[in-house]
Design a protein around this ligand. Sequence first.
Ligand code: SUG
Length: 456
Amino acid sequence: MNACEVNFDGLVGPTHTYAGLSHGNLASMTHGGAVSNPREAALQGLAKMKCLADLGVPQAVLPPQERPDLATLRRLGFGGPGDAAVLEAAARQAPALLAACSSASSMWVANAATVTPSADTADGRVHFTPANLTAKFHRSIEPPQTTRTLHAVFRDEARFVVHPPLPAAQALGDEGAANHTRFAPRHAERGLHFFVYGHASFESGAGAARTVRFPSRQAREASEAVARGHGIDPEQLLFARQHPEAIDAGVFHNDVIAVGNENVLLHHECAFDRSPEVIDALQRRYASLHGGAELLCVEVPRARVSLADAVGSYLFNSQLVTVPGGRMVLIAPTHCAETQSVEAFIQDLLSGGCPPLREVHYFDLKQSMRNGGGPACLRLRVVLTASELAALPPQILLNDATHAALMAWVKRHYRDTLVAADLADPQLLTETRSALDDLTRLLGLGSIYPFQTAGA
Ligand code: SUG
């Protein structure tokens, strides 16, 4: 099969703010109340996408969600004759809810859905399950729009299946691809699906979550349900528990402490509960699926990089990608270059510690990083065959022309400062809707937002 991995990056929305909404995500907790710059955030994201496209890695974009989310604010009881009255009532009575309903958190599309390529599904189609994101209120309002957006992008039902999100309960908490890694000698081949969860909801005793500081977000039962729904052969599945100590140190998703690509897994010593057993099981299963081939697992010992440095630098939230010719490249946040222990480890990896890895590129993604969103959070990996790729709206693929058009679009519509008080400004809502309306035209997606279809 001829297939490639396409990185779909979430465009940062015009209401990007720092609202301190994610307990357990240290960067979000630290930066609540800071002044944000939505324009810079969106341009930083586009610069990363352009670099990947220039490296020869197929790159696409996913649009942001409509925020503030007026429909949710109305459901929460903020009424009035028009949208301005709803915003005013929310700002006066419950500013924290207005902030939550305004978050641009859909930019972190690693949490948008779990994806299974057609090589691994029973019916030979690509399967998507939008994440229910029940752990945080501001994220739990994303799934309906995520579902609409995925339907608009992956619209060919002969090739793609978009499932409904799992039922919205903590027992089935699902945070999407951030806790899922697929291994294969080449993206096009059958994959081994590695699902990492924080808690098992229906197990007692030893199975119960044992974090003491922060709650876990991903339930084992959710990962199992997604894998079942996608029709993945049980031979191709492996489940492992996150180390509770890691969650308590700020590892709210597995992609903050481990990253994989094709035949490589880079993970911290404290990523998984019973790590040696997990790595052994992964390597055995991979070898049995691929005629004895080796899964290269590179462990980063805590003696070299502490959990605090791993979380602070977001080393493991780097993207590990294969570029044409077969070598691998690390797309890392600049925080890694600025953290001595991490920079030293990366240099060791480049000089033989991880043979396929040849290059590192550092990106300034500070606007997103201040909310705990690094390079890998901003992208959803979708392995597609040539004919599946050809079935997408072509404008969503990033090339020089679409990149230039999106840069101009951001510069036309985005503000360069935003604070909580601005969220009640009805003008911001008008600006946002006009930006999104332009964007759906630019990306050839048709009408996907409630404001575009209201009264239709
Ligand atoms: O869900 N931050 C996001 C960051 C998501 C990162 N994604 C991955 N690791 N894949 C979250 O915690 C903070 C928003 C605020 O505080 O304003 C936020 O939602």
